[in-house]
Design a protein around this ligand. Sequence first.
Ligand code: GAR
Length: 200
Amino acid sequence: MTASTSPVRLAVLASGGGSNLQAILDHFESLGDERAAEVVLVASDRAEAGALAKARANHVTTAVIVKPADGPALVRLLEMHRTQCIALAGYLKFVPAEVTAHWHGRIVNIHPALLPKFGGAGMYGRRVHAAVIAAGEKESGATVHHVDGEFDRGGVIAQERVPVEAGDTPESLAARVLVAEHHLYPRTIQALAVKLSTSH
Ligand code: GAR
């Protein structure tokens, strides 16, 4: 980033522990002036989400999404923080059409499998990894994709592969995939933010 370009304002939506959020914050911190985005808001549908605690510990503004299905309210919240780009990081609620339309091309998600396989409604966390093992897959991984009106169906932006090893449990596979997520997601967001900040 040059001194004259401000980082893209990124909001992160999360429901869980927030390890991907932490990876994003750490990566931007390590990039210093080269970072193309900055996290300006972390919002969660769960007031007790670890992601909110991590955001507070990193001095990032937080919000609780009281009615996740209320699209206009979520647009208002995101607009209030002048959000330019959105990253879902373990956000388990459906994102209303008002939001995906408003931030079209600027809202992304990370999924813990190689989409288009093992995605869709109800496919999150342990269930994804259990399904991958049950299907006898030889590899799994992380996928970053655009978010549109359907769960896990937007265009794939980037993937990182990991092997499925003999004797893997959903937990051991999840841990291996999570390492790939933490590597892939911050770098993909940085690349997207660079693109957004040079496209106008
Ligand atoms: C991550 O593994 C992410 O890929 C997954 O939730 C976890 C959140 O972990 N998301 C999905 O399954 C979405 N379908 P985190 O809160 O530690 O980042």
